[in-house]
Design a protein around this ligand. Structure first.
Ligand code: SF4
Length: 446
């Protein structure tokens, strides 16, 4: 979500005549787009902010803009007192306050034009920053903003506001605009993306939105994240199964494998519900080689989590053999229900131990799943060259590196996998490179 927001800010600034620089000391405007989902992310943002203070001292005209979840949607009074050297505070997804600040000395007419431009940007006519135009292959498009679920550990509803879906016309315009600028893969974003359109009973849901997005010519691949176990519908799985452009990769966090912990987190499902969901996804999407990929999120050391309860999470991951598990150690986020009402009583060392054990388990699982790609030929969308090799992704979102002198950016090509590890793979292009009729449809690979 922050990557998409940063692109929006960058585009707004370019429209005002600014250019990107890679040296903070040369900048007239510095935007710090923040994430506070974990305490470590917030600490990092604060550290970075203080590191900018000497630049402001050297150059009082420098404009520093603090943006994103650290500011939230409820105003920035406390932050203003804590960081008096910051000029502008902006909530997530809104370049408006910065644009307004930078144009405040100009005539009213210009300001009006800026406001219109700003709404155009917010409403879907996203122009990529110059450095990314024609180079960015994979882009993110927010479709659901905010979240109203209120899991007890989560700060997002407080910072990104209540859930609201963007109008379908704006989303399609934004996707078309990105595709015209060279983007080949779009990821539709939402904190609970499968709740898209819930507030408009007669409008499209996520499944219908995906069908519309897939009709856009020139777009090769579509993904969506993040799903919630309670909102994954049959219609959505049908779309993934039926439409070749929708990739067989599902991000659906479980957070814990113990029913009591899940209830304390206020997640709204049991471990058994999650097991059934994974079974349903695998059954419906069984046409793909070597199977649909499923990613999850897990928090260890939630308040009150006993060794036994943690073991249930471990056992669930061991049983389900998911492709990816994003792991986190619980840290209390100020203002959340967990922080106010539950003691952070799992010792730090114990949290680390649980984290490391799950990490080792998942490394082993991912290594084995990826090893099943060895020797197989799979379609890869190439994104960019990294240290002399081309980096791309399979339809199942696995990272693949290939050596080639040819420019591969933006192409979907068959790759024969020659080496696999838990986090990435290496492959080679077949001699003919592009085989006629090579499609990224179920059962096409291998
Ligand atoms: S559903 Fe996700 S974003 Fe919403 S409160 Fe729960 S963890 Fe946070």
């Amino acid at each position: 979500m922050n990557v998409a927001d940063s692109q929006r800010v960058c585009s707004s600034l370019e429209r005002l005549g600014y250019q990107a620089t890679s040296h903070a000391a040369e900048a007239n405007v510095i935007v710090l787009n923040t994430c506070v989902v974990r305490q470590s992310a917030e600490d990092k943002a604060v550290g970075r902010l203080f590191s900018l203070r000497p630049l402001k001292k050297q150059n009082p005209d420098l404009v520093i803009n603090l943006m994103g979840c650290m500011v939230g949607v409820k105003g920035a009074e406390q932050l203003r007192r804590r960081f008096p050297f910051v000029d502008v505070f902006s909530p997530p997804s809104d370049p408006g306050p910065l644009v307004a600040h930078l144009t405040q000395d100009e005539s009213r007419a210009q300001e009006q034009a800026e406001t219109e431009q700003r709404f155009a940007l917010m409403d879907g006519d996203l122009i990529l920053p110059a450095a990314q135009r024609g180079h960015l292959i994979s882009a993110h498009v927010p479709v659901v903003l905010g979240c109203s679920h209120a899991c007890t550990f989560c700060i997002i509803p407080y910072r990104r506001g209540v859930e609201r879906s963007r109008p379908v016309g704006d989303i399609l315009r934004e996707v078309r605009s990105l595709v015209n600028q060279g983007v080949k893969e779009i990821t539709l974003l939402g904190q609970i993306v499968d709740r898209y359109g819930k507030e408009y009973p007669d409008g499209p849901d996520l499944a219908a939105l995906l069908r519309l997005v897939c009709q856009i010519e020139g777009l090769e691949r579509v993904r969506f994240l993040t799903s919630h176990p309670n909102w994954m519908t049959e219609a959505l799985l049908d779309v993934v199964a039926e439409l070749p452009k929708v990739m067989p990769h599902i991000e659906v966090p479980v957070q814990a494998g113990d029913d009591q912990v899940l209830a304390n987190m206020h997640r709204g499902y049991t471990a058994e519900d999650y097991r059934r969901l994974v079974g349903r996804i695998r059954e419906r999407l069984n046409g793909y080689f070597p199977g649909v990929s499923i990613a999850t999120d897990v928090i260890v050391g939630f308040p009150g989590e006993t060794r036994r309860q943690y073991q249930n999470t471990y056992d669930l991951l061991a049983d389900l053999q998911l492709d990816v598990a994003h792991l986190a150690r619980y840290s209390p986020r100020p203002g959340t229900v967990a922080e106010r009402r539950m003691a952070d009583d799992v010792p730090e060392e114990e949290k680390w131990e649980r984290f490391r054990a799950l990490e080792a388990l998942q490394e082993d699982i991912a290594g084995r799943i990826n090893a099943s790609y060895q020797g197989q030929t799979v379609p890869v969308l190439f994104e960019e060259a990294v240290r002399g090799r081309w980096k791309g992704r399979t339809s199942t979102n696995k990272l693949v590196f290939v050596e080639s002198d040819r420019p591969l950016q933006g192409q979907v090509l068959p790759v024969t996998i020659t080496w696999t590890g838990p986090w990435s793979m290496q492959g080679r292009l077949p001699l003919s490179e592009v085989q006629p009729g090579f499609l990224q449809t179920p059962g096409s690979a291998g």
